[in-house]
Ligand binder design. Structure first.
Ligand code: WTA
Length: 654
């Protein structure tokens, strides 16, 4: 074992309690307070959530807190009527909050905009009226394909205001990926921008939308375009409209539509181990409550905080912790268009200094990239406004945790390592910063009300420090409700891996984990065919389908290999059709092809040509072997089921 890994194991046993000062002022002040909340929630989860739901505005209160009579399909706050946009805006139009910054936006080129709650309310009401004018009605799906500009948040809130479920499609996805989602979701209106700034270049968003809409199967009727980059674009008559033009003629009066608690709020596509990405469905009341409470307690929100979550709104983290969670709490949320890049390696620290960010939430992959860029960048800036740090997206290695703690947090900021998923709606396992001492690399303990466990495939809890599957034993308000258009896939993917026992359903997260002697969770990563590249989830199947859609490729198998910065990188093993020969050019072309089919986030780091892929006698590709090969490890485990052992030898040589 190398010295550095021995050191990290030693660090893992270290405990970092919050300072007395932090705890004193925190929402949840001690381990005892956390335990009391947890116990109360466990004893009567429905009463626990119902009490908390009083913090939101309801047009009409609910009859039943949880209807779990048809598992795994949950209903929360049955017959309650509420509106997320009302809870994020109208509620805060009080004398002390209306002029408080709601969104502080920083563009990549250095331009910035602040919208107070009163101003954001006006913008959202106007745009909601624009949507209505474009024929959008309650229940119609609206897609966003946008850069990180205030209009993205405004559009989401406007959709929520009139009850049109949104589906945000990350601006880095290709026209093909966009098209597939527009079709699957039967989208009526697309909201986009001329372009967005990404690493000093323009991402031509509108052009991609035009490409996607060229396919007759796309049912989109109207395209609304925000002006950001100002380059020439083509506007199609009667289909495409400028946001700023439409805004001129509408009223700023648009009362929030009372929505049923279980009305669909949004669909967000995410990768799984099989098939095409699935549309994860979240609904109104439960999601609102869950992001409200998790933001409040985990980020310990105080009235003067400036909260910055660096995620793009194209991901669930952007939905829950850039837009809905912070705004539901009346907090100031920072939105940043840019990304760390060679030309400006200190850009994140500039944003913190300029806007006096007090709570900073980012991903381990970003932290590892910053470590590489050098300490001088953060050291040159004034980061003294920070009081709390967070991470999300993948396990954080203790070395990166320690760097974050020392160099960014100045050894005074607690770090909340938050485990959750698109499916869970909000954070599930995390420290509450004033209450729970942290250990580098552990997400620590479940949020009150979350009955998390580590189990074997029979559903039995495993012992202390034994590896198993991360699972949740009781519904929670933020849970996904179904897969859009495919309820059976929802049941199969999440609720059937662990058998139903005595009518008890257990949610299967797809992650491996263990629990230590203090009950702390250590999440070890995916146990299915999902790869986590720089915090982005990709299904191996998706990348494989993209590869085999290229005429040269006969067969493809994709696996992850460890990567210092991205956590994991994609390695694709490829066999070729008869007349094609392996070459560097072809490898390049195949990488480009994947980018075209899915987007740059799916670009394979390495293409390995092979004569054949290792398969079982029943024809299943043995990915386990490929994973070992890709990582440069010795082949582990049983190879007796291999159909042809010479395949493995050849791959080793190659
Ligand atoms: C991984 C992102 C370890 C995990 C919010 C999960 C993590 C997947 C952590 C969900 C963490 C997320 N520690 N692993 N703190 N947070 N993951 O849907 O594998 O994009 O299943 O949601 O990311 O990714 P998703």
């Amino acid at each position: 074992m190398s010295e550095s890994s021995i050191e990290s194991i030693l660090q893992e046993t270290r405990l970092f309690p919050p300072s007395a000062e932090f705890s004193q002022n925190a929402q949840i002040k001690s381990l005892e307070d956390y335990q009391a909340l947890y116990d109360r929630a466990q004893a009567d989860p429905q009463k626990f959530w119902a009490d908390l739901a009083q913090q939101l505005h309801w047009f009409q209160t609910w009859d039943t807190v949880l209807d779990w009579s048809n598992p795994p399909f949950a209903k929360w706050f049955v017959n309650g009527k509420t509106n997320l946009s009302y809870n994020c805006l109208d509620r805060h139009l009080t004398p002390d909050r209306r002029d408080k910054p709601a969104i502080v936006w920083e563009g990549e080129p250095g331009d910035s905009i602040t919208l107070t709650y009163a101003q954001l309310h006006v913008e959202v009401c106007k745009f909601a009226n624009v949507l209505k004018q474009m024929g959008v009605q309650k229940g119609d799906r609206v897609a966003l394909y946008m850069p990180m500009i205030p209009e993205a948040a405004i559009a989401m809130l406007a959709c929520a205001r009139i009850g049109a479920p949104h589906t945000v499609i990350f601006g880095g996805f290709s026209a093909e990926a966009l098209r597939d989602r527009l079709i699957d979701c039967q989208v009526k209106v697309v909201i986009t921008a001329d372009g967005g700034w990404r690493k000093d270049a323009i991402v031509p968003l509108k052009e991609q939308v035009d490409k996607a809409l060229a396919d007759d199967r796309v049912p989109v009727e109207k395209v609304l375009v925000a002006k950001r980059t100002g380059q020439e674009i083509v506007m199609q008559r009667d289909r495409d409209f400028w946001w700023h033009d439409l805004k001129e003629t509408v009223s700023a009066d648009c009362p929030a539509e009372p929505m049923d608690s279980e009305d669909m709020l949004f669909i967000l596509y995410t990768s799984g181990s099989t098939g095409k990405p699935k549309g994860v469905v979240h609904t109104t009341g439960g999601y609102n409550l869950y992001v409200h409470m998790t933001t409040k307690w985990i980020f310990d929100l105080q009235e003067t905080d400036v909260f910055w979550c660096t995620a793009d709104v194209g991901w669930i983290t952007g939905h829950s912790y850039v837009v809905y969670g912070p705004l539901s709490n009346g907090a100031t949320s920072v939105m940043y268009e840019g990304a760390p890049r060679a030309s400006n390696p200190g850009c994140f620290w500039d944003v913190i200094e300029k806007h006096k960010v007090s709570i900073f939430y980012t991903a381990p992959t970003a932290i590892r990239a910053f470590i590489k860029m050098g300490d001088q960048h953060p050291n040159d800036r004034d980061l003294s406004s920070l009081r709390l740090l967070g991470t999300v997206g993948e396990p954080i290695n203790p070395e990166a945790w320690m760097w974050y703690h020392k160099v960014i947090g100045g050894e005074k900021c607690p770090i909340v390592d938050t485990w959750w998923q698109t499916e869970t709606g909000g954070i599930m396992i995390t420290a509450l910063p004033g209450a729970i001492p942290t250990k580098p690399g552990s997400a620590t303990l479940p949020f009150p009300g979350i009955l998390a466990d580590v189990v074997d495939l029979d559903g039995n809890s495993v012992g202390v420090n034994e590896g198993g599957y991360l699972a949740v034993r009781y519904p929670w308000p933020g849970m996904m409700r179904t897969v859009f258009g495919d309820p059976d896939r929802f049941r199969r993917t999440y609720w059937q891996h662990i058998p139903v026992k005595d009518g008890q359903y257990t949610y299967f997260a797809g992650d491996g984990a263990r629990r230590d002697e203090d009950g702390y969770f250590w999440v070890m990563g995916r146990v299915d065919d999902v790869i986590n590249v720089a915090g982005h989830r990709l299904g191996t199947m998706e990348v494989e389908s993209a590869l085999v859609s290229h005429p040269a490729v006969a067969e493809a198998a994709v696996v992850g290999k460890p990567d210092e910065i991205k956590g994991q990188d994609i390695v694709a093993f490829v066999t070729l059709e008869g007349t094609y020969q392996p070459s560097d050019e072809l490898a390049k072309e195949l990488k480009k092809h994947v980018v075209l089919e899915i987007g740059a986030i799916a670009r394979p780091g390495e293409i390995r040509f092979a004569d054949a892929l290792p398969k079982t006698r029943s024809g299943k590709i043995m990915r386990r072997l490929l994973r070992d090969l890709a990582s440069g490890n010795a082949i582990s485990g049983d190879t007796s089921t291999l159909e042809d052992r010479s395949v493995l030898e050849k791959l080793r040589e190659g």
